[in-house]
Design a protein around this ligand. Sequence first.
Ligand SMILES: NC(=O)c1ccc[n+]([C@@H]2O[C@H](COP(=O)([O-])OP(=O)(O)OC[C@H]3O[C@@H](n4cnc5c(N)ncnc54)[C@H](OP(=O)(O)O)[C@@H]3O)[C@@H](O)[C@H]2O)c1
Length: 273
Amino acid sequence: MAALKCKVIVLTGASGGIGQALASEFAQPGTYFALLARDKERLETVLNEVRSLGADGEAIAIDIRDRVQLHAYLSELDTRRPIDLVIANAGVTAGLGPQKSRESDEDCDRQIDVNYRGVVNTITGAVDAMQSRRRGQIVLISSLAGMRALPDMPSYSATKAAIIAYGHSLRGWLKPFGVSVSIICPGFVTSPMSARHKGSKPLEMSAEKAAKMMRRAIERRRAFYAFPFILALGIRLQNLLPPKLGDLFLGGFEAEIEDDPRYLAPEKNTKKL
Ligand SMILES: NC(=O)c1ccc[n+]([C@@H]2O[C@H](COP(=O)([O-])OP(=O)(O)OC[C@H]3O[C@@H](n4cnc5c(N)ncnc54)[C@H](OP(=O)(O)O)[C@@H]3O)[C@@H](O)[C@H]2O)c1
C-alpha cells in the first residue's frame, strides 16, 4: 500500500463492518488512526488489529451527532497530528414499519442526524485546518441507494443522496485549496448493517473486498466511485429512463430492515450484537 501518503487518518464508524475492514486495509507502519464510533470496546479491538499490522492510533468513543464534542476532539487532534485524510463512514439504516407502514419518526430523525448531520459534523470539524494547510483528503461514504432511492428505505436513500450532493459541492469548493473530495457508493457489503437487510442483495461482497476496492479509489482520489461496476452501471442506465419505467426495475430490491439493536432503548435491547 505504498501509494498512499496519508499519515493521519480519521475514520468514523470504525468499530465494525466496512469501517473495521477499511482500518485494516489502510494499516501500515507510519499510519496513525483516529478511530471513532460510540462503542469503545469494539474500537479497542480494531485499534489492536491495526497495531498488529504496524500502524498506531487512538480509539475515541464519540457520537458524531454531538457536534461540540466531535469538533473539540478533531481540532485538538489536528494540533497534535495534522489530519491528512477523513473518511466519513459512520452510518445507520432503517426501513419501513410493520406491513409496509411508514417509517417511525425516530428512525427518520436518527438517519438524518447520523447519516447527514453527523457526516457534516465530521467534515466541518476537520476542513478549516485542511483548507488553511492547502492539503488534505475527504472521503464520504454514501451508497448505491443514494444514486437510486429504494422504496423500502426512504430516509436512508434520501440521506445518502444528500451526501452525494454535499460531496459534489465540497469538491468544487475545496479543489482550489488543494483538498480533494471523493464520494464512494458501495453496493451490498457483508456487515452488521447488511445482516439486518432482509431481502435480495445481488452481488454482495465481503467487507474486506469492498475495503480493497475503496482503498484503490481513495488512493487515486477518484471524485466518484460506485461499485460493484455492473450494479452501478444498471442504476446509471435506469436513471436515464423516465422514473415510472425505472420503478419497474426496483421490484427485485424489496427488503425489510430489522431494528438496529445499537439504537433500541435499553429495555427493548435483548438482541446480541
Ligand atoms: N453494508 C452495506 O451493504 C452498505 C452499502 C452501502 C453503503 N453502506 C454505508 O457504509 C457505511 C458503513 O456501513 P456498515 O455496513 O459497515 O455498517 P455497520 O456495520 O452498521 O457499521 C456502522 C458504523 O457506524 C458507527 N456509528 C453508528 N452510529 C454512530 C454515531 N451516532 N456516532 C458514531 N458512530 C456511529 C457504528 O459504531 P457504533 O455503533 O459503535 O457507534 C459502526 O462502527 C455506512 O455509512 C453505510 O450507510 C453500507
